[in-house]
Structure formats: structure tokens, C-alpha cells
Design a protein around this ligand. Structure first.
Ligand code: C2E
Ligand code: MG
Ligand code: MG
Ligand code: MG
Length: 282
């Protein structure tokens, strides 16, 4: 009987596996089509300078305009894109589109404006990553000093040495480098110190229960103090309330990002926001 159960369990397992594999293949095929038919779009969420209260830049966040499901969040498809390798062409599209749109925003504003782009580990591990970056910068004529790349701690843990070399090349071109979701990975401070990064983005899990949660108050204050002593710029993600904003401003954070200021917006809405708000040059 136990054996029967075992066999049934195994059958269920393979059925689930098949389903999972099939689902994966479907999403992979759909993603490939989506890229081909231009169903991806970049939304922009402002970076707000705590001191001036002005918008000094924005993060580009991908969305999938699915013909049936509507606007699909990257949470739903980035990992599938990473596992299938499709993140490589998709990431190139993101980088190029962001550079192109950044250039457009700068032209409209008549000055520099910072745009931040998320990178996956898989993209950085490509041997021609730096060449791709150069291609995007050359083709769009974007000033590299206005481009920031965001990588997570886990990206940096993979194949550390070759990643560090590429990141140095990125920095040599004048682009900035941010560690995204900071505090959720396991990077040691001595490791961090070896990286050519310019900003830390404090993960929103630490911000969520501010200012009431005492532990989170201690943690954010500590991260901010540490980052500042290492001369990193501090960006906080997920600022949703005026109380969080006030606490973080008081902590000495440099830049805030979150629904309190604005949700991520389609590029035309973002431009409207920029022009109504009066942003500041970086
Ligand atoms: P992330 O890079 O940490 O981006 C911040 C996420 O937090 C965004 O989710 C943003 O919409 C959300 N967010 C911003 N403010 C608030 C807030 O006040 N409250 C809450 N609850 N959430 C807030 P989104 O756009 O769904 O993106 C999720 C993740 O998908 C990103 O996290 C990033 O890891 C990944 N991603 C997005 N676009 C790209 C891309 O072009 N390439 C790659 N490789 N990954 C991307
Ligand atoms: Mg990010
Ligand atoms: Mg983040
Ligand atoms: Mg995050």
C-alpha cells in the first residue's frame, strides 16, 4: 500500500512537473513573441532629493503590455526570462530604450537627468556586456554620467572577480552603479568595499514598518550611517507615507523613491509630472 501511495505520489509529481515545464515553455514563447511584437514598455518612477524635494532622476521599470492579461508586472516574468536566457535580449532592449528615452527627457528638459536601469546577473555574465553598453551609449548619444545601473547583492556574489572587472569598466565610462535591495543579501562590508559602487538602495522591507518599528529604525539608521561613512549615496525604496519620509529625511538619506512621491508612470505621464514639478539638474 505504501508502495502504491509512493507510485501515485510520483505520478502526481511528474504531472505537476510536466505542467510546470509546459507553463515555463509557454511563458518563454510568449516572452519571445512579446519582444518581437513590441509589447514591452518602460515605466519611470521618480527619485526625489530629500534636501530640495525635487525630482532628480528616475528608475526605469519594465512592464509587459499583454494582449490578454493587460499590464503584467516584472515580478511575474523576470525570473522566467532569466531562467530561459531571454533576459539577455530583453535586457538589451531595456538598456537601449532607457538610454533613448533618457536622451529624450534630457532634450525636453534642456539639461541632464539621471536614469537608472536594473541589470540581471545573467546580463552581466555575458562576455560582451560592456560592448552592449557602449553600443547603447554611442547609438543614443546619452551622456554616460547620467546613466546608473542597478545590481543586486546576489548578482555580485556570482563569479565575483569577472563581475568586478566589468563593473570597473562601467564606472570608467562614467556611469554610476547602485546596489539594489540592499540589506537582503549577504555581502560583507569588506566585499562591498572592493566594489566600484556609488549608491546603496535600502530595500523597502526595512522601510515598510517605519517609523513605528524600533528595530527597523535602528537598522535603517545604521545602514545610512555606514553608507555615508563609505561615501555612498543612499537611496531608500518604498517610501509610502509622510511619516516614513520625515524619518528618512531626518536620518540623512539622500534620495527617496516610493508611492508617497509617485507610482511608476508611463514615459509621457512621467514627463508631465516632471514639467509640473520642476526638477533639478544632477
Ligand atoms: P526593484 O528594482 O527593487 O524596483 C522597485 C520595485 O518596487 C518596483 O516594482 C516598484 O514599482 C516598487 N515600488 C516602488 N515604490 C514602492 C512603494 O512605495 N511601495 C511598494 N510596495 N512598492 C514600491 P516593479 O516595477 O514591480 O519591479 C519589481 C522588480 O522587477 C524590480 O525591483 C526589479 O528587480 C525587477 N525589474 C523591473 N524592471 C526590470 C528590468 O528592466 N530589468 C530587470 N532585470 N529587472 C527588472
Ligand atoms: Mg531597482
Ligand atoms: Mg530595489
Ligand atoms: Mg526591491
Amino acid at each position: 500500500q505504501a508502495k502504491d501511495k509512493g507510485r501515485n505520489a510520483f505520478q502526481f509529481y511528474t504531472a505537476d512537473m510536466n505542467q510546470a515545464v509546459e507553463q515555463r515553455l509557454t511563458i518563454e514563447r510568449e516572452l519571445r513573441q512579446a519582444l518581437k511584437f513590441g509589447q514591452f514598455e518602460l515605466f519611470y518612477q521618480p527619485f526625489v532629493d530629500f534636501e530640495s524635494g525635487k525630482i532628480i532622476g528616475a528608475e526605469a521599470l519594465i512592464r509587459w503590455n499583454h494582449p490578454v492579461h493587460g499590464l503584467v508586472s516584472p515580478v511575474e516574468f523576470i525570473s522566467a526570462a532569466e531562467e530561459s536566457g531571454l533576459i539577455v535580449p530583453l535586457g538589451k532592449w531595456v538598456l537601449k530604450t532607457a538610454c533613448y528615452q533618457a536622451k529624450g527627457i534630457q532634450k525636453a528638459l534642456g539639461r541632464k537627468f539621471r536614469i537608472s536601469v536594473n541589470l540581471s546577473a545573467r546580463q552581466l555574465s555575458e562576455s560582451d556586456f560592456v560592448k552592449t553598453l557602449d553600443g547603447c551609449l554611442n547609438e543614443t548619444g546619452l551622456d554616460p554620467k547620467t546613466l546608473e545601473l542597478e545590481v543586486t547583492e546576489s548578482t555580485l556574489m556570482e563569479d565575483a572577480e569577472s563581475v568586478i572587472l566589468k563593473l570597473r569598466e562601467v564606472r570608467r565610462r562614467g556611469c554610476s552603479l547602485a546596489i539594489d535591495d540592499f540589506g537582503t543579501g549577504y555581502s560583507s562590508l569588506s566585499y562591498l568595499k572592493r566594489l566600484p559602487i556609488t549608491s546603496l538602495k535600502v530595500d523597502r522591507s526595512f522601510v515598510k514598518d517605519l517609523p513605528d518599528d524600533e528595530e527597523d529604525r535602528e537598522i535603517t539608521s545604521l545602514i545610512v550611517a555606514m553608507a555615508k561613512s563609505l561615501h555612498y549615496e543612499v537611496i531608500v525604496e518604498g517610501v509610502e507615507t509622510p511619516e516614513q519620509h520625515a524619518f528618512l529625511a531626518n536620518c540623512g538619506c539622500h534620495i527617496g523613491q516610493g508611492y508617497f512621491y509617485s507610482r511608476p508612470l508611463p514615459v509621457d505621464h512621467f514627463m508631465t509630472l516632471l514639467f509640473s514639478d520642476g526638477s533639478e539638474s544632477i
